[in-house]
Design a protein around this ligand. Structure first.
Ligand code: CMP
Length: 141
C-alpha cells in the first residue's frame, strides 16, 4: 500500500555532510520526499518525540545527542514506505547493520546512528504529525 513514514537525518550525518547521499538512497529506492525541513531540535521537542523511551536508561544520552546539532526531518512516501525505509536504514546498532545499509555506511554508534525511521503505521502517523501540518506535506500532483 502507499504509505508515508517519518525520517530524520541525525546530527552525526548532518555534521558529516552526507545529507544528499542519504536522500539519494531514498530516491533511488523509489521513495519520494513529500515534506522536509532542517532544524535544531529543542530539548522539549526531542523529549516529546522520543516520549515512549522516557524510562529507558539511554533517554538522556539520546536527547543530548539529538539536540547536539541540526537535523533534517522529512516525510517519505511510497509503496510500503515504512518497511522500505527501515530496510534502507539497517539495524539500530550500526555494528549489526547489514552491509550497504545507511547505518552500516554512515553511522558510528547506537546513539550516533545517522537516521531515524518510523517503526509502524501508528508511529508513522504520530511522528509525521509531530513535525508537519497537513498543508506542509506536498504529495505528487
Ligand atoms: P531511533 O530509531 O532514533 O530510536 C531511538 C533511538 O535511541 C535509537 O534510534 C538509537 O539511536 C537510540 N538508542 C540508544 N541506545 C539504544 C538501545 N539500547 N536500544 C534502542 N535504541 C537505543
Amino acid at each position: 500500500a502507499l504509505e508515508r513514514t517519518l525520517s530524520i537525518i541525525k546530527p552525526d550525518a548532518v555534521a558529516k555532510n552526507v545529507i544528499g547521499e542519504i536522500e539519494s538512497r531514498f530516491e533511488k529506492a523509489g521513495l519520494r520526499i513529500v515534506a522536509m525541513k532542517m532544524m535544531h531540535l529543542s530539548r522539549e521537542k526531542a523529549e516529546g518525540f522520543y516520549a515512549e523511551h522516557k524510562e529507558r536508561p539511554f533517554f538522556k544520552d539520546l536527547v543530548d545527542f539529538m539536540t547536539s546539532g541540526p537535523v533534517v526531518v522529512q516525510v517519505l512516501e511510497g509503496e510500503d514506505a515504512i518497511k522500505a525505509n527501515r530496510d534502507l536504514m539497517g539495524a539500530t546498532n550500526p555494528q549489526e547493520a547489514e552491509a550497504g545499509t545507511i547505518r552500516a555506511d554512515f553511522a558510528q554508534s547506537i546513539d550516533a546512528n545517522a537516521v531515524h525511521g518510523s517503526d509502524s503505521a501508528a508511529s508513522a502517523e504520530r511522528e509525521v504529525s509531530y513535525f508537519f501540518a497537513d498543508d506542509e506535506i506536498c504529495p505528487r500532483a
